[in-house]
Design a protein around this ligand. Structure first.
Ligand SMILES: *[C@@H]1O[C@H](CO)[C@@H](O)[C@H](O)[C@H]1NC(C)=O
Ligand SMILES: *[C@@H]1O[C@H](CO)[C@@H](O)[C@H](O)[C@H]1NC(C)=O
Ligand SMILES: *[C@@H]1O[C@H](CO)[C@@H](O)[C@H](O)[C@H]1NC(C)=O
Ligand SMILES: *[C@@H]1O[C@H](CO)[C@@H](O)[C@H](O)[C@H]1NC(C)=O
Ligand SMILES: *[C@@H]1O[C@H](CO)[C@@H](O)[C@H](O)[C@H]1NC(C)=O
Ligand SMILES: *[C@@H]1O[C@H](CO)[C@@H](O)[C@H](O)[C@H]1NC(C)=O
Ligand SMILES: *[C@@H]1O[C@H](CO)[C@@H](O)[C@H](O)[C@H]1NC(C)=O
Ligand SMILES: *[C@@H]1O[C@H](CO)[C@@H](O)[C@H](O)[C@H]1NC(C)=O
Length: 571
């Protein structure tokens, strides 16, 4: 597995000074291991005018509205401890707010009812499971705020429907409520969920890009005229959230750029299971080959590069393995490795943030599931393999911003027989190599990676954290840095960081197969650069007792009364 001297990074933005490469050959053929892979890495990037600097909160979570109350709770007083911990584990690892999006088809088909006390009411028991309409009330925003109060700052995105712009009164009411109730925590409102499927789904007959563009103008106009103050759209408008049939650049040339967008958004999955299992959506090999990752992540690359020139960040507001609710590979460790690889690849091809999507109970690609939808305040939650990807990615980027480059180690972007992938993570200026992410897709063999450390970097060691499982099919016994998530969303076990000595400018890191390693330069046991500590914020037991920090609305008082009454009756 000798490496070529040609740096085949797909990133054409950088021209790399060849003299700065470190190339080391070491003895091969260790029994029980694949031969070592050499990681060639530039010590700095140049010509990075259009480089994509991502923040440490690159990774977000996306939720479907219809099942949201079964995950976040039905009121600020009933927020499951497990969900608080799941979110706190990620939040603790960022300096920036945790990105949360609530939307999807279900938000597109739902109605905001300002005087409804219940957070979410299902309105159509016979609804198609991929598009469940609900009525939701202001308690929805109370719960978002209460969760951020408890867990730490978050930035929220909500969906505004474009299904019936001629009757947009309810959408306007929702937009005004979101701005009022979320305040600075409102990151964006996304106009229309997958409008490129409106025609195909029969939502809007023969709906095309040229119908859509003027309707955006109409909706923005209506939002502005309903407001007492002049609205600054650029502070909160996002879209088009295309997934499938429309191209971002076609939307730009059709006139989308006339509107002041804060973000352009997309949602994309490599395959789907809308008609049940197929050879494609159960093909675990697809998710174990890095060759498939650049192609997948570069969907809409023309549009993404145009957006960069406009200075508008592009977000992937939904991603996961298999749309329409996953397949039998979606909860495996293979899916966890894939979601890490794709997340890093998104960062390397110009995407500014990516949201792993999670849905109602028992969807296989979920990050987490309550014991049942009715008992989410209890412990006994199931942690899905993609949650471990979220943990990995929550530690991958630096607080000051990062530039990510696919190193194409072992020709992994094109070589189908390669079992590895590697990324370099630079500081925001591209001058300092801060981290490496190394993936080993091999189902059983440890992989040694050799890489050099610039001689003028004084550090003699690197710190390493590993995400691993016993096989690529494993569904629950997965760990990140030695810890596994238990039934209360809490990380169990000793947090484990390995310190690897580098000799004569060369470091050697073993990554178990299957597994992925995050390597931080400047390692020492007192300054590893990794997040250290206990991110569990809500202990075992029933409802959280310390609710004094929770913002209380009239609805909560109602719930509190019910709760106190229940306690009086049952104690
Ligand atoms: C990578 O591909 C190049 C040609 O594209 C080849 O010369 C080189 O040997 C390959 N390296 C490995 C490790 O397969
Ligand atoms: C919003 O409405 C005000 C008053 O009607 C108008 O002056 C302003 O130009 C509008 N702003 C935008 C961005 O459309
Ligand atoms: C499964 O994935 C592998 C690896 O990408 C590919 O070579 C193969 O053609 C795929 N098979 C099917 C049925 O999609
Ligand atoms: C998924 O199901 C297919 C058949 O539909 C089966 O061949 C495959 O082994 C299953 N994969 C896993 C990881 O369970
Ligand atoms: C990056 O560049 C800016 C401006 O050139 C400088 O102020 C800053 O210190 C640099 N940051 C790092 C981490 O080198
Ligand atoms: C190390 O050397 C390289 C190349 O000479 C230089 O660009 C870089 O700034 C140096 N780094 C430090 C920490 O001195
Ligand atoms: C260290 O590396 C240099 C240059 O790569 C080489 O000349 C020297 O022999 C090495 N020293 C040891 C102890 O391996
Ligand atoms: C982490 O903090 C939680 C909540 O304060 C506590 O219950 C738990 O025992 C702590 N875990 C460890 C390993 O210290």
């Amino acid at each position: 597995m000798a490496l070529s001297h040609s740096f085949n990074s797909r990133s054409f933005l950088f021209s790399i000074p060849w003299t700065l490469f470190y190339f080391i050959s070491l003895p091969l053929s260790v029994f029980g291991q694949n031969s070592p892979v050499n990681v060639e890495c530039p010590s700095s990037l140049q010509g990075s005018d259009l480089a994509n600097v991502v923040q440490d909160n690159f990774l977000g979570i996306s939720f479907e509205l219809s099942s949201f109350d079964t995950l976040w709770g039905k009121s600020p007083l009933l927020m499951p401890n497990a969900m608080q911990n799941y979110l706190a584990n990620l939040r603790a690892r960022f300096t920036q707010p945790l990105r949360i999006r609530i939307g999807g088809n279900s938000m597109d088909s739902s109605t905001f009812v300002p005087d409804q006390t219940q957070m979410v009411i299902l309105t159509d028991p016979n609804a198609y499971y991929n598009d469940v309409p609900v009525n939701f009330g202001p308690t929805f925003f109370d719960v978002l705020n209460a969760m951020a109060d408890n867990v730490g700052e978050m930035q929220f995105m909500v969906g505004l429907s474009m299904r019936d712009p001629e009757h947009d009164d309810n959408v306007i009411t929702l937009a005004n409520a979101a701005r009022e109730m979320l305040g600075h925590r409102l990151d964006a409102m996304l106009l229309g969920n997958e409008p490129d499927l409106y025609a195909g789904h029969g939502t809007r007959q023969g709906y095309t890009i040229s119908d859509y563009i003027p309707e955006i103008g109409q909706l923005l106009h209506d939002i502005n005229s309903s407001s007492t103050q002049e609205v600054q759209y650029a502070n909160f408008v996002g879209g088009p959230s295309v997934c499938c049939d429309w191209n971002l650049d076609d939307l730009f040339s059709a006139g989308l750029t006339q509107y002041p967008y804060k973000y352009y958004t997309m949602q994309h999955y490599p395959t789907y299971s809308c008609q049940g299992p197929t050879p494609q959506n159960t093909n675990i090999s697809y998710f174990l080959s890095h060759t498939n990752v650049p192609t997948f992540a570069s969907w809409q690359q023309t549009g993404v590069q145009l957006a960069k020139k406009q200075g508008v960040p592009v977000l992937m507001t939904e991603y996961n393995t298999v749309s329409c609710g996953g397949s039998n590979i979606s909860d495996t460790f293979a899916a966890a490795l894939w979601a890490v690889d794709v997340g890093l690849q998104f960062a390397s091809v110009g995407i500014s943030g990516a949201y792993l999507h999670t849905r109602e109970y028992q969807v296989t690609y979920n990050l987490f599931d309550p014991p049942t939808p009715q008992t989410s305040t209890e412990q006994g939650w199931r942690t899905g393999s993609p949650y471990y990807s979220a943990l990995f990615l929550s530690e991958a980027f630096s607080p000051g911003g990062s530039i990510v480059v696919d190193l194409n180690i072992d020709n992994s972007t094109t070589n189908p027989s390669s079992n590895v992938a590697g990324y370099a993570i630079f500081d925001a200026n591209g001058t300092t190599l801060e981290r490496l992410a190394l993936l080993n897709y091999d189902g059983s063999q440890t992989q040694t990676f050799n890489f050099g450390v610039a001689s003028n970097i004084t550090t003699k060691a690197v710190s390493v954290r590993i995400m691993m499982a016993s096989s690529v099919e494993e569904r629950s016994d997965i760990s990140w840095a030695g810890q596994t998530v238990a039934g209360n969303g809490d990380l169990e076990g000793q947090q484990n960081t390995v310190y690897v000595d580098c000799r004569n400018g060369t470091c050697q890191v073993d990554v178990p197969g299957p597994g992925a390693a995050l390597v931080v330069f400047g390692g020492s046991s007192d300054a590893s650069g990794f997040w250290e500590g206990n991110s569990t914020i809500a202990g075992l037991g029933g409802y959280k007792s310390g609710t004094t920090r929770v913002r209380v609305s009239s609805v909560d008082v109602l719930w509190a009364t019910v709760l106190v009454f229940a306690l009086r009756v049952f104690i």
